[in-house]
Design a protein around this ligand. Structure first.
Ligand SMILES: [Zn+2]
Ligand SMILES: [Zn+2]
Length: 225
């Protein structure tokens, strides 16, 4: 049997038609099994289940009464099924919100998917620019706050490798959101200076040649690099 990662399973399950609860006929909710849970050791074949979280569900409502009478326990059952399975089972819950913390609500799922999709697309665009050595466009991606930081970091590396000396100014004057990205940009700047035999003027921070003895921007004498 092929092993599928949790992410691959989630992707697959999102596309499934939601099963309907056999008791209330409401569509069931995709639910992530918590890492520590009542079923540990029972061997789930899946990290996700479809669960009926309808509080008006007759089975769930009867559960409170039944368990109070039979076990004097304030608890009930939620009906669930494994994705793709055609039979339904029941899990105990001890409050109306029991288990709801792991609900994969549609908005969260869609946001997660959109993020992944954007990441995939921008990485692929980046690869195209890299192949055609279009560092100007790569620099734009690197500076774009709407682009995921992981992609921007990769873009920074590419600019360091491909960019011309003017790329330094763009990178120096930009504020980056994460320390990792900021660090990546710093390395890219160092690489650009190295490749173009340049450095920053210690007085005005403009870019000057390594071998310059006078800054062409501020006119000060600069020590040799
Ligand atoms: Zn139901
Ligand atoms: Zn200067």
């Amino acid at each position: 049997m092929a092993f599928e990662t949790k992410e691959e399973l989630l992707e697959k399950y999102i596309k499934l038609d939601k099963p309907h609860c056999p008791h209330c006929d409401e569509p069931m909710t995709l639910w992530e099994i918590p890492p520590i849970n009542f079923s540990d050791g029972l061997g789930w074949q899946t990290p996700y289940l479809f669960v009926c979280f309808n509080d008006q569900c007759p089975s769930y409502q009867k559960g409170w009464q039944h368990l109070m009478e039979s076990m004097e326990a304030p608890a009930s059952y939620r009906c669930f099924c494994e994705p793709g399975a055609d039979h339904f089972e029941y899990m105990p819950v001890f409050s109306p919100i029991g288990g709801t913390g792991s609900v994969m609500d549609d908005a969260a799922i869609i946001a997660e998917e959109a993020k992944k999709e954007l990441m995939k697309q921008t990485f692929s665009i980046l690869t195209d620019y890299y192949i055609s050595k279009d560092w100007d466009e790569i620099l734009k991606l690197c500076l774009d706050p709407k682009i995921p930081p992981k992609v921007r970091l990769k873009a920074a590396e590419m600019v360091g490798e491909l960019g011309d000396a003017t790329a330094v100014e763009h990178l120096i004057n930009h504020k980056f959101p994460t320390p990792v990205l900021q660090e990546g940009v710093k390395k890219a700047i160092e690489q650009l200076h190295e490749r173009h035999f340049t450095r920053e003027c210690p007085f005005c921070a403009e870019i000057i040649k390594n071998r310059a003895t006078v800054c062409k921007h501020c006119g000060k004498d600069v020590p040799r690099a």
